[in-house]
Write a protein that binds this ligand. Structure first.
Ligand code: FES
Ligand SMILES: [Fe+2]
Length: 410
């Protein structure tokens, strides 16, 4: 680890401690910081087709998206394919240990080159006419090359997509020519996420849940106001309804005021266990949430990757259950399974069932507004940023994110 990396880690830990202290002060004072006003948004933003298409073009097709965890692609040759907003993507760990991503489409006539969802390969051979690519996406052989006629193979590799690996996660931008770098986009948030140490974690289980409009789902990630109400029969009956929000550009951490944090005061600050400092929910704009759990199965997080569906009214969420260590006993394995089953039930039967009915109901109230309260600053920040992003041209994206980095500080 170089000096600058360890300095960054020290700064990130100091920021975690600062947030814990802020949380303790809020609990102590019994008050909550509120944003200045209640926000009103036209409800049609959740179902209007034109708005949705703009969101696909200006958000999902040009923002870096967190498409894989490093532990899914640990060894050179490990690959993963997925479809993101209609774009077929191939992600590969190369021989040098870097991760690269490509549009999964052959340079001959465009067939999908890799049809399995994951695996390990030295070469990727197109199923149509057997053109073959290496792990770097370079075209290495053309079937019956003499018959085909001469082409410069070096100009016919797979189309590369901007890719970056940070904090044990892999970001890919679907626009090959995006002017927005992954670091500018992350606004330093990855240094905080790095405190989890996900590189060494294990993917324990993975599931897909079908849900409503992507913003209805994402609103829910940042909403703690509903916990003791909608989730009263599962986990929420004793949860606070209040939330503390911390922003790094468009990425937000959402914390519950936690009376248990005061127990940390009994030990020196530099011995505070990092897992106590990372609780509640970390969202990654525009489509990820990370929530921590420490049940009988051991330390785990659910990393939810939200993908818009074919229309404004559909989305699909891949729930990844990562564990710091795989459960060593049958009993712990069972506890981890129970925990993950509960999270699927909560999201599917409580959050998304409510969201699907909510969007149906909203469509029958033309001209209606939805409201975000003074206690829902996270939702306000998200929707305000969306408006700015939709109005920003590609060439102005880096400046938009630079301005976000200097404006933050909540
Ligand atoms: S389309 Fe891939 S080899 Fe022809
Ligand atoms: Fe919820």
């Amino acid at each position: 680890m170089g000096t600058s990396t360890s300095t960054t880690a020290t700064t990130a830990r100091a920021r975690l401690i600062e947030m814990a202290r802020h949380n303790m002060a809020v609990v102590e004072s019994g008050t909550l910081e509120q944003v200045p006003e209640v926000m009103r948004l036209p409800a049609e933003r959740y179902y209007d087709e034109d708005r949705w298409r703009r969101e696909m073009d200006r958000i999902f097709r040009r923002m870096p998206l967190m498409l894989a965890m490093s532990c899914e692609l640990r060894t050179p040759g490990d690959f993963k394919t997925l479809d993101v907003c209609g774009v077929p993507v191939l992600i590969v760990r190369t021989d040098s240990g870097d991760v690269r991503a490509f549009i999964n489409s052959c340079s001959h006539r465009g067939a999908v080159v890799v049809t399995e969802s994951a695996g390990n390969r030295k070469r990727f051979t197109c199923p149509y006419h057997a053109w073959t690519y290496d792990r770097d996406g370079s075209l290495v052989s053309v079937y019956a090359e003499d018959d085909f006629g001469g082409i410069d193979k070096t100009c016919h590799g797979l189309t590369a997509l901007p890719t970056g690996e940070r904090a044990g996660m892999i970001w890919v931008t679907l626009d090959p020519d995006s002017p927005l770098s992954i670091d500018a986009f992350l606004c330093g948030y990855d240094h905080l996420l790095a405190q989890f140490g996900f590189e060494s974690w294990e993917l324990y289980d993975q599931r897909t849940v079908i849900g409503p409009n992507w913003k209805i789902a994402y609103d829910g990630y940042m909403d703690l106001y509903h916990l003791p109400i909608l989730h009263r029969n599962t986990f929420g009956s004793n949860m606070p309804n209040q939330a503390l929000y911390y922003a790094w550009g468009p990425h937000q951490r959402v914390s519950s005021p936690d009376p248990g944090l005061s127990r940390l005061d009994a030990i020196p600050e530099d011995e505070w266990p990092v897992e106590r400092l990372l609780g509640s929910v970390w969202t990654i704009f525009p489509h990820v949430s990370i929530a921590s759990f420490d049940g009988g199965g051991g330390r785990g997080v659910m990393i939810s990757q939200l993908f818009p569906g074919e229309s404004p009214l559909e989305s699909r969420t891949v729930q990844n259950y990562l564990m710091a260590e795989l459960p060593p006993t049958e009993e712990m394995r069972k506890a981890a399974d129970d925990q993950f089953r509960l999270l699927k039930y909560v999201v599917e039967e409580e959050d998304y069932a409510t969201g699907l009915a909510q969007q149906r109901a909203l469509r029958h109230r033309p001209g209606a507004n939805v409201l975000f309260g003074r206690n829902e600053g996270g939702g306000q920040h998200f929707h305000r940023f969306l408006d700015r992003l939709l109005d920003t041209d590609d060439s102005d994206l880096p400046a938009l994110f630079r301005s976000m980095t200097t404006e933050q500080g909540r």
